[in-house]
Design a protein around this ligand. Sequence first.
Ligand SMILES: Cc1cc2nc3c(=O)[nH]c(=O)nc-3n(C[C@H](O)[C@H](O)[C@H](O)COP(=O)(O)OP(=O)(O)OC[C@H]3O[C@@H](n4cnc5c(N)ncnc54)[C@H](O)[C@@H]3O)c2cc1C
Length: 587
Amino acid sequence: MTTYIAPVEDMMFLYENLRNNNDYNEIEKYKEITPDLVKNILEEAAKINQNLILPLAKTGDENPTVLENGVVITPPGYKEAYKKFIEDGWTSLSCDPKYGGQGMPKTVSAFFDEMLSSASLSFKLYSELSIGAYNCINHHATEDIKKKFLPKMVEGKWSGTMCLTEPVCGTDLGLLKTKALEQSDGTFKISGQKIFITSGDHDLTENIVHLVIARASDSSAGTKGISLFLVPKFIVNDDGSIGSRNGISTGSIESKMGIKGSATCVLNFEDSIGYMIGPKNKGLNSMFTMMNLERIVVGIQGLGLSEIAYQNSLNYAKERKQGKSNNKNSKSAADFIIEHADIRRTLLNMKSIIEGERALCFWLSQQTEVSLNHKDEKIRQKASDFVSLITPVVKSLFTDMGMEITSDAMQIFGGYGYTKDQGIEQIYRDNRITPIYEGTNSVQAIDLVFRKMVNNNGDIIDEYLNMIKKEIEINDEKIKPFVQKLEKNINIMSNFTDWIKDKIKNSKDDAGAACNDYLKVLGLIAIAHSWIKVLEVSFKKYDNNKEFYDEKIQTANFFFNRVLPRIESYYLTASTGSKYIMDFKFK
Ligand SMILES: Cc1cc2nc3c(=O)[nH]c(=O)nc-3n(C[C@H](O)[C@H](O)[C@H](O)COP(=O)(O)OP(=O)(O)OC[C@H]3O[C@@H](n4cnc5c(N)ncnc54)[C@H](O)[C@@H]3O)c2cc1C
């Protein structure tokens, strides 16, 4: 079985030192959230994830969810663990105190999301979509609906889902067929089939609140005719008690490569009673509140799985002896594999990406909070544009890197990694969904290039790169070599940006064939920017904790010398265009 120690020290390093963001610090309601309070929360979070949730990963993999007589049964131990999980208040961490939440900022809840993803992604998914649905309802529903549904969802007694996908529509939601027929009392009857619905049914909560996109009978075809509906598994009475069963049944559950403890359901809606959320025909806009936040959380899933894969392969590399190292003092017949340069390179590759991603995620969480809560509208808007720009990057890069890291981790285990005993192959399998769901990574890259770089508010990518350039004007000889490397790569990215802006106008296929590379380039720049912030603190505070800061500086050294230069090859290959791709005749 895998082991896991939550990286509380690294998280607290970020929380204590990278909070020097003026806009974030001006948010009144977070002023009293002290590092001591956050440390307490993270230490408690570490305990529940290490002790209670981690063992569920293997249990869920070996005993997948089953559908018996129309009822979905979760793996052994899930029910008991979920009861404790909600009793301890983990579903309410980032929710509004008005509905019983603890009101923690995303800078804290993102750390919890990472830990839970490391411990068991399958178990996490039962509460993850509930938080997403909570956010969507909180932003777009009427006060009556909020009062009726949110307290129980925050408490974790009811859970939520996101019902978009249908047999004919995955990426292209405009094709959806599910219908909504308005009733004389203002409710709707929803009919249609949704597939691949995470936590679509299960035995952990008393009720399930489905957020369903459907087309009203008088709405037009395509995405402009889509509305959003809240459709509960059980109707909720006016006094808040649970009433009769709604017309929703589980057709089947998917048998999958990974996250086998998570119920991925086919749901049939037959004249189910639904309540419209937000304006008619603007359903996708409302749903995007949920999807955008979810995309960041899926990126964090990739980070969490990368962390546990790294920890286990590091431990293994310290225990496994094979081959002689180049250390002339070694007297044994074989040395620990961690002595070999290639194994060390692989481990440092993982570590430098993971710690950089965590720092970037912390920055993104701050920006998200500023975009939601700052009192100045202009500052809110600017933060919101940066969040929109970096969200597809975090979703895609973290999950793609998750594939690289979990695969490398398996490689360090050699043949034992491929067999089931060590649990490392499960981490690889569990991560494989993350580049697919919540909008595939290719679609994220298209979204970045065609919609997020430049929007109605201006040239966001230029503003973002200018912000980085300004922030790395640091007068410190020790940081200079790192800054120079970043500046060189920002220049490459600027050329790539000019090239791709031209192609968006003049040759869309060239841009389409380059957007995955472009996303990776932006992601590596964003991570390098975060590393510079980490280095600034590390050099300044070096004498306070030499061992910790030395490790940071050496890890950054690897990132700037071995990972960041990938940018050059992404640009070189992408800028060869698409003619030879589009002209090719597949037989
Ligand atoms: C385990 C699991 C859980 C899921 N959970 C949920 C859930 O809770 N709720 C929900 O609604 N859905 C859920 N999904 C569905 C998931 O979000 C979709 O599978 C995903 O969005 C892709 O849709 P698709 O499978 O129909 O692929 P398609 O849309 O058919 O795409 C196939 C391929 O074509 C590419 N492609 C599509 N359009 C374009 C384009 N314009 N340009 C370039 N390439 C393109 C895609 O990147 C992909 O590689 C889940 C899926 C799984 C497997």
